[in-house]
Ligand binder design. Structure first.
Ligand code: FAD
Length: 290
């Protein structure tokens, strides 16, 4: 009976996985091992980051193409507009559409040092992409507020504009305080955003790196997390178990709160994400002969 319940639970749930383009042979192998393992969970889509620490669009595009060809999964490139002209973005959009890509994660990208006001925000990119073709578009959302936003309300309005420009869903920055996501989801509803606000789940395995990243991305690390990771600086295995357990608690609460779609920041690794999906009831599809 328990198995049946888990299967029923899992069948209502959509997962998606985010990867980044590898920059060494070793990382390439890690990526493909992960894609192979996670593809058995029949994700709704897999996405590949672009820019900043992820390198050129060519690298993103190559991984996307390889995923499409080798796995048949829906492969979704991230695209940023901070570092390209409108003409370049239009070419990229055409090129993607012509190679069979129908979904894009549309982002502004981080401001380069010294630049205070960008030419384009993500909402402008959404509009441009929609003008080129009828892409399915995901945009970024920030339950704990984007660091540059004037206020939480201004940030929420900016998300509303991205949705009004044609985005089909929002994927959130990662968070650890589940309440902050739930409050944010309520505020989205209040302001008239009717798309899914897909929580971005980061299974933590390197706590020190997380602290650095959370600092400049305005993500709050609750005190209880410090306590759970304390003393594990040289103990990767236990860190992984703790990280998985934290994320499992998180997805369990979110699932009880009616969340059906989950996006995982896999960091190109499969173990933690696979275990967390398993705990959600998302299992490989095994066909039983009649
Ligand atoms: P926007 O939605 O344009 O918002 C940026 C800031 O500007 C916000 O503070 C917003 O409130 C404010 N704003 C919006 N409109 C206006 C306006 N008209 N006037 C004044 N302020 C305004 N980065 C990468 O480089 N590559 C990736 O692959 C990548 N993938 C990501 C995936 C996800 C799911 C998430 C959550 C983030 C990702 N990022 C990526 C990071 C993202 O590029 C940065 O957070 C960036 O700083 C903001 O991008 P955005 O699309 O949210 O921008």
């Amino acid at each position: 009976a328990l198995n049946q319940t888990m299967a029923e639970l899992g069948s209502n749930i959509n997962v998606s996985f985010e990867f980044f383009p590898p920059n060494s042979e070793k990382m390439e192998k890690t990526l493909w091992d992960s894609i192979e393992r996670l593809s058995t969970l029949a994700p709704k889509f897999v996405s590949v980051t672009y820019g900043a620490n992820s390198g050129t669009r060519d690298r993103t595009h190559k991984v996307i193409k390889d995923i499409q060809e080798k796995t048949g999964l829906i492969a979704v490139p991230h695209l940023t507009c901070i570092d390209a002209s409108r003409a370049e973005l239009r070419d990229i959009a055409k090129d993607y559409w012509n190679s069979g890509i129908r979904s894009i994660v549309a982002l502004r990208g981080d401001l380069p040092e010294g630049l205070e006001k960008p030419d384009m925000y993500a909402e402008d990119l959404v509009r441009l992409l929609k003008e080129e073709a009828d892409f399915d578009i995901s945009v970024a959302a920030y339950p704990e507020v984007h660091p540059e936003a004037k206020s939480a309300q201004a940030d929420l309005l900016s998300l509303k504009r991205k949705i009004d420009a044609g985005a089909n869903r929002a994927i959130t920055q990662f968070f650890f305080d589940v309440e902050s996501y739930l409050r944010f989801r309520d505020r989205c509803v209040t302001i008239g955003i009717d798309t899914e606000i897909v929580p971005g789940i980061l299974p933590v395995s390197n706590y020190q790196t997380l602290i650095k990243f959370a600092g400049f991305s305005n993500v709050r690390i609750p005190n209880w997390m410090h306590q759970r990771f304390q003393g594990l600086e040289n103990d990767q295995n236990t860190r992984n178990l703790v990280g998985a357990s934290i994320a499992m608690d998180q997805v369990r609460v979110l699932s009880q709160e009616g969340v059906k779609d989950f996006h995982f920041y896999t960091l190109n690794r499969s173990d933690l994400t696979y275990a967390i999906c398993h705990s959600l009831g998302v299992r490989p599809q095994i066909s039983i002969p009649a």
